[in-house]
Design a protein around this ligand. Structure first.
Ligand SMILES: O=C(O)Cc1cc(O)ccc1O
Ligand SMILES: [Fe+2]
Length: 518
């Protein structure tokens, strides 16, 4: 006769949970001694458990990428009544962006409101943008969530892809088939495709961001010349230990939710899905504290590209092709680059950039419009960068300790992040029309006036006009003085030369002078 397993004591919400550290390891864990069999599927399992495999890659995926886990559970997941679609507001959640809106405009959303009526984590999901289609396992979706109550007697499995969850307000307790994860703002969690989980709120209302990838799995980025250490270190990723609900074997009524192609289905079952007594494998949910991120940065001059802050990446199927998505954090750090415009540079990026703010103020936005719980989106080649106030402050100097170029600190009170994606996301019509949209976003750059002064000759450069008499006009003089414009084939006369020829000459000379290379 099968032994009835003793129920694990319910962990107190205040007691710190135990975790298994590492990244991509073969982990194993058992909640009862000897529950983990020595082979994957013995004829009968210890304690009368059922063996069940959950795969995250096709069976024949190369070993380096192959992901699967074996779960030993009181009853198998298959024991449920048929799934039925549930009446989820269909404009809130989507996994097909064929009908998404296309706009090159810079987009920004004010903080998404916390609901006043009871809403759990699943009901509180709202798709902002994405690309591709879950059904063809291509692309990704970006959601926000805002919830004020725990999921009760319900669990969700996402058949569409992996969820990377970035809490912004309110800690989450993630009950999963593999055990429990407590995830607070400043930490992130990854729930791989298919893993059943429930979100409990133990500290009040919760809000945050979700990157859902329809293809692949999150991986640590290669470090290249950085070497073997730095950025997100593997030991800091924490995985749950086996745990099963006390009532897992009792007759209870549970709703098992299933997300497939963006649609939600529900099936009833008479026992808890959190009934896994032991497990082993390398396909496991995990969390990571962003404070453990070890940033690298410029220690001499210039502002590095933000890829230097990549925490996790979803590599493309094709070697060398851009990743489907990167998760990038802008952590607290010292800024020490000399004779450098320290905020993010102005740019048009071939990758698209979704940004969120967990706390504090982002280094490129002083206008008060990019707030914790809000978001921004800059699509492929859409120009963006520091707002007017940030620019003016940065060029005014005197930012750092010990003088204009001294070290300055982006303190612990700031934490922004970016989902950087290679395919161009489309915006869900609901997100474009929602009340949080900031229709005045463009105004934060409107005040960027021209500081161009062709008479402000950089030190060490012969003043225009000194050699102008023969050709006439300041611009031609600038070209003649440095010989740069002539070299570039930009010699012009009159008014055009003022604007173009002189500008190029001065700009290049200034750059070289600034680096001490002129
Ligand atoms: O604020 C942004 O747009 C993100 C960003 C930050 C940075 O330091 C450099 C480039 C970049 O896109
Ligand atoms: Fe950017």
């Amino acid at each position: 006769m099968a032994t009835t397993p003793a129920a694990a004591p319910p962990p107190s919400p205040d007691a710190p949970l135990k975790y298994l550290p590492g990244f991509g390891n073969e982990f194993c864990s058992e909640a009862l001694p000897g529950a983990l069999p020595q082979q994957n599927n013995p004829k009968t399992c210890p304690y009368g458990l059922y063996a069940e495999q959950l795969s995250g890659t096709h069976f024949t995926a190369p070993r380096v990428a192959n992901r699967r886990s074996w779960l030993y559970r009181i009853r198998p997941s298959v024991t449920h009544t048929p799934f039925h679609p549930i009446d989820f507001p269909n404009e809130a959640l989507t996994a097909d962006f064929a009908n998404g809106a296309v706009t090159p405009n810079q987009l920004r959303w004010r903080p998404f409101p916390i609901p006043t009526e009871p809403v759990d984590w699943v009901r509180g999901l709202f798709t902002l943008c994405g690309t591709g289609r879950a059904g063809s396992k291509e692309g990704f979706a970006i959601h926000v969530y805002a919830a004020n109550r725990s999921m009760e007697s319900a669990a969700l499995a996402n058949a569409d892809g992996d969820f990377l969850i970035v809490p912004q307000q309110g800690a989450l307790r993630l009950k999963t088939e593999f055990g429990l994860l407590d995830v607070a703002p400043g930490e992130i969690a990854v729930l791989p495709r298919g893993v059943r989980f429930a979100v409990e709120l133990h500290c009040g209302a919760a809000r945050g961001y979700v990157l859902e990838t329809f293809a692949g799995h999150f991986a640590l980025p290669d470090l290249g010349p950085i070497g073997a250490n730095g950025l997100a270190n593997p030991r800091d990723f924490l995985h749950p230990v086996a745990w099963f609900e006390p009532e897992a074997e009792r007759a209870v009524s549970y709703n098992v939710l299933h997300k497939l192609e963006g649609q939600l289905f529900v099936a009833a079952q008479a026992f808890s899905p959190f009934n896994v007594v032991a497990w082993h494998g390398n396909y496991v949910p995990y969390k990571y504290d962003l404070a453990r991120f070890c940033p690298m940065n410029s220690v001499a001059f210039d502002h590095p590209d933000p890829s230097i802050f990549t925490v996790l990446t979803v590599p493309s199927y094709t070697p060398g092709a851009p990743p489907t998505a990167d998760f990038v954090v802008f952590p607290p750090r010292w800024l020490v680059a000399e004779h450098t415009f320290r905020p993010p540079y102005y740019h048009r990026n071939v990758m698209s950039e979704f940004m969120g703010l967990i706390r504090g103020q982002y280094e490129a936005k002083l206008d008060g419009g990019f707030l914790p719980g809000g978001a921004s989106l800059h699509l492929c080649c859409t120009p963006h960068g520091p707002d007017t106030a940030t620019y003016e402050r940065a060029v005014a100097g005197g930012r750092g300790e010990g003088g204009e170029d001294g070290p300055s600190r982006l303190g612990h009170e700031t934490l922004a992040f970016m989902f950087e994606t290679s395919a161009i996301p489309r915006v869900s019509p609901a997100a474009l029309g929602c009340p949080s949209v900031d229709r005045d976003y463009y105004k934060c750059w409107v005040g960027l006036r021209s500081h161009f002064d062709p008479t402000a000759v950089p030190p060490g450069v012969t003043a225009p006009g000194a050699a102008t008499a023969a050709v006439g006009g300041k611009g031609a003089g600038a070209a003649a003085s440095g010989g740069v414009a002539a070299g570039n084939g930009v010699v012009k006369a009159g008014k055009d030369a003022d604007r173009d020829g002189g500008g190029k000459a001065n700009g290049l000379a200034e750059g070289l002078g600034g680096l001490g290379l002129s």
